[in-house]
Design a protein around this ligand. Structure first.
Ligand code: SF4
Ligand code: SF4
Ligand code: FES
Length: 352
């Protein structure tokens, strides 16, 4: 196949019974046979209402039939068309082209990150599905008192797991997760949001075991709280918020031995006591004094650069009452906040 560089294709100009525009799209190509990547630039005529997916369809129809990408529903429902548009993951069928054309901007379309590329914009979703499977993405009632009739969540509580239920498994969040970039075994935002969908459902009887597993290696505490998953999710699932809820539930169940959990606890305790984070306590209390000794050479380097506060006279707010009041208020609110959607046993539902 010849490389098409800045080719001008207008063959569809008369094909639309609507107003059209000319769009320039740069596409990252990957040839699995040679293992080589390159960028091709295409100019296509598309309706003014076209999305990025429509532009790719026009390229495939009129310029290069070998261009590979996934699609199905074309209406942000199936989750097939996840790809990077100008470096950030999005559903191609949800992004309108018009704003780019009007700004005179050439968009760059590339495959999602953190997943191996198979060809052009098609990624191998196997690692994604492996993680979804790992969190047991189904209600586990342990067969205890499972009613034969439909067993519903109390309608008033559905909001507690509503956002997590909206996930269409597109992988956009995973594409931009910085923790997965450094640790491919990290469960990641999609699987963890899915996990909360079941942890937050009172019909599930596996909560403790789920939280124990999720609090271990490559689990919730490996999230760096960058919030890119919330930013990129096209369905408003807000995976980072789900991870925070899993953290709170894990604490409640007493799963606090992971370094990440200890790290979070030092932040809370330290600011409660002094209104500031006591950095010198952070490392020993997170990884233990014995392991902290190994970090002494690094600490000395930091001290020489003036980056270690005096451990004997730590930062302390003049008046810490305000911080304590806030802390107590948040604690009270958290205690009063239901985290699990209760279930209505069908025997309690009046028929008709
Ligand atoms: S907030 Fe956590 S899970 Fe979400 S993208 Fe960042 S590191 Fe990944
Ligand atoms: S959480 Fe959002 S971005 Fe992640 S897979 Fe689900 S729908 Fe896609
Ligand atoms: S094609 Fe189904 S979400 Fe885009």
């Amino acid at each position: 196949m010849a490389t098409i560089e800045n080719a001008h294709f207008t063959t569809l100009k008369g094909a639309y019974d609507t107003e059209t525009m000319e769009a320039t799209v740069k596409v990252r190509r990957f040839n699995p046979e040679t293992g080589k990547s390159r960028f091709d630039t295409f100019i296509v005529t598309i309706p003014v209402t076209a999305t990025v997916l429509d532009a790719l369809d026009a390229i495939k129809d009129t310029c290069d039939g070998t261009l590979s990408y996934r699609k199905s529903c074309r209406m942000s429902v199936c989750g097939s068309c996840g790809m990077r548009v100008d470096g950030g993951a999005a559903l191609a069928c949800k992004v309108p082209m018009r704003k780019f054309v009007e700004a005179g901007h050439t968009i760059t379309v590339s495959p999602m990150g953190n997943l191996p590329v198979i060809k052009d914009l098609v990624v191998d979703m196997t690692p994604f599905w492996d993680k979804i499977r790992a969190i047991k993405p189904y209600l586990d009632t342990k067969n205890a008192d499972t009613p034969a009739k439909e067993w519903r969540i109390n309608p008033a509580d559905t909001a507690l797991i509503h956002k997590e239920s909206l996930c269409i498994l597109c992988g956009c969040c995973v594409s931009e997760c910085i923790s997965m970039e450094s640790d491919p075994d990290f469960l990641g935002p999609a699987a963890l949001a899915k996990a909360y969908r079941f942890v937050g459902d009172a019909r599930d009887k596996d909560t403790r075991e789920r939280l124990r597993d999720l609090s271990g290696a490559h689990g919730i505490w490996d999230c760096t709280r960058c919030y890119f998953c919330n930013q990129r999710c096209p369905k408003g699932v807000d995976p980072r918020d789900a991870i925070a809820k899993l953290g709170a539930e894990s604490f409640k169940e007493g799963f606090t031995s992971d370094a990440g959990a200890k790290h979070a606890k030092v932040f809370v305790d330290s600011t409660f006591k002094g209104g500031y984070l006591r950095e010198t306590e952070l490392v020993p209390k997170t990884i233990g004094p014995a392991n902290a000794i190994k970090d002494i050479p690094f600490a000395l380097q930091l001290a020489r650069a003036g980056k270690v506060p005096n451990p004997l006279s730590p930062h302390k707010a003049k008046d810490n009452d305000e911080v304590k009041r806030l802390w107590k208020l948040l604690e009270k609110e958290a205690k009063g906040q239901p985290r699990r959607a209760t279930a209505v046993h069908p025997d309690a539902v009046q028929e008709g």
